[in-house]
Design a protein around this ligand. Structure first.
Ligand SMILES: Nc1ncnc2c1ncn2[C@@H]1O[C@H](COP(=O)(O)OP(=O)(O)O)[C@@H](O)[C@H]1O
Length: 191
């Protein structure tokens, strides 16, 4: 099973990806988590990404494409994977298409979590208050506003991109967490 989870910040991609990982024994690949790990470790990629991420902007396409390309070659992705937070631009989606073609891999589905803009800010502020390790560098009002703008300008066009390819499946991200999981599972069983 190979899928992409698509949706705005705060839509619940991380939560659902972790559940799908458990259920199907496939790997969750979160570019946000990978970049945060690189920042924490102070690697060259992390040094490059740190300030960009804190502002809520996107790190350059070639950086994340390279990270994902290498990650997909790891043996733990052989059974499948869930891309969470990637692709985030049409250029990334095109690069992914090329990459998968070269690796001889086909996507099964792109699952869009549809959530009203009005509740996203509320959800992320709640996450910032409740996160054990303290809030993320980009979970503040200014970066959040920027992340939502970036989503609408750069990532939302991927909905049409994948609809055109017959891969898009939309689920109601406003339902309860369990209900959203069930919807995703039905979509995957049908794919
Ligand atoms: N595919 C990507 N392309 C560019 N930047 C990315 C990508 N994935 C993550 N990032 C960077 O990491 C930040 C956090 O991403 P993520 O953890 O997916 O957060 P969220 O979905 O909650 O906004 C993004 O705002 C961006 O700066």
């Amino acid at each position: 099973m190979r899928l992409i989870l698509l949706g705005p910040p705060g839509a619940g991609k991380g939560t659902q990806a972790a559940r799908i990982e458990q259920r199907y024994g496939i790997r969750q690949l979160s570019t946000g988590d990978m970049l945060r790990a690189a920042v924490a470790a102070g690697t060259p990629v992390g040094q490059k990404a740190k300030d960009i991420m804190a502002r809520g902007e996107l790190v350059p396409d070639e950086v994340v494409v390279q990270i994902i390309s290498e990650r997909l070659d790891q043996p733990d992705c052989a059974k499948g994977f869930i891309l969470d937070g990637f692709p985030r631009t049409v250029a990334q989606a095109e690069a992914l298409e090329e990459l998968l073609k070269a690796k001889g891999i086909r996507l099964d589905a792109v699952v869009e979590l549809e959530v009203d803009g009005s509740i996203l800010i509320e959800r992320i502020e709640k996450r910032a208050r409740e996160s054990a390790g303290g809030p993320r560098a980009d979970d503040n009002a200014e970066a959040l506003k920027k992340r939502l703008e970036v989503y609408h300008a750069q990532t939302a066009p991927l909905i049409a991109f994948y609809r055109d390819r017959g891969l898009l499946r939309t689920v109601d991200g406003m339902a309860s967490m369990d209900d959203v999981t069930n919807q995703i599972v039905s979509v995957l069983e049908a794919a």
